[in-house]
Design a protein around this ligand. Structure first.
Ligand SMILES: [Zn+2]
Length: 215
């Protein structure tokens, strides 16, 4: 009975322009399709004051006040300094380079690594991603400015990830810094974000120094 009522509700929902628009948007989120989008919207409509209103205002706040740091690529609140690259409490001598923020979160959760992060925001050959947008110049600047000893490249074991790693290594070749890459124990095609902690920890522990290491 409940299910029938829900289906009836869904059909009605689809005739309302505002809701159709919202269904399309929510269905674009990872792991959600039109069906789950409708369920979410129904939940919001049934909890206008407890959920819909605070969520709308929270989204507006995040849109306004949270953005990517121009220097390291992680997320930061516009009203404060960057916790990652402007962290003066903990000075580190390592930078770990990842493709996206989800990768940073996976590595942080595994507790294997203590140091700064650098978030590229993509890979070199991914959908028209331009090299300039990957913050590689800014990585070179950070290495010089913060006296970094080691850059750990933790890009995915995909063709794009490897091309990007190569390009980063090349960009750092004239600087006195060790460059390492996560161990090849990474499954081919493996994305950092989807690795279990054990694999990630062993990839870190067994990381390789790249050939033109000047030290
Ligand atoms: Zn930053």
């Amino acid at each position: 009975m409940v299910f029938l009522a829900l289906n009836g509700h869904f059909d009605l929902m689809q005739n309302i322009n505002e809701i159709e628009e919202l269904i399309k948007l929510i269905a674009r989120l990872p792991g959600l399709g039109p069906k789950s989008a409708k369920r979410i919207i129904l939940k919001l409509i049934n909890n206008r004051d407890e959920l819909m209103k605070p969520m709308a205002s929270s989204l507006a706040q995040v849109y306004k006040n949270v953005s990517r740091c121009h220097s390291c690529g992680t997320l930061k609140s516009n009203s404060a300094g960057c916790n990652n690259c402007e962290n003066n409490k903990n000075k580190f001598n390592k930078i770990c380079v990842v493709e996206n923020i989800a990768d940073q979160w996976s590595i942080e959760n595994s507790s294997i690594y203590q140091g700064y992060f650098h978030i590229l925001g993509g890979t070199i050959s991914s959908s028209e991603q331009r090299k300039e947008d990957l913050l590689i110049n800014s990585l070179v600047e950070r290495v010089k400015k913060d006296n970094i000893d080691e850059v750990i490249i933790a890009t995915s074991a995909t063709v794009e990830g490897m091309t990007t790693a190569h390009y980063i290594k090349d960009s750092l070749k004239n600087i006195n810094v060790k460059v390492s890459k996560l161990a090849q124990g990474l499954p081919v095609g493996g994305e950092i974000e989807s690795l279990d902690d054990g694999t990630l920890i062993s990839a870190f522990k067994n990381r390789n120094w790249t050939e033109n290491d000047s030290n």
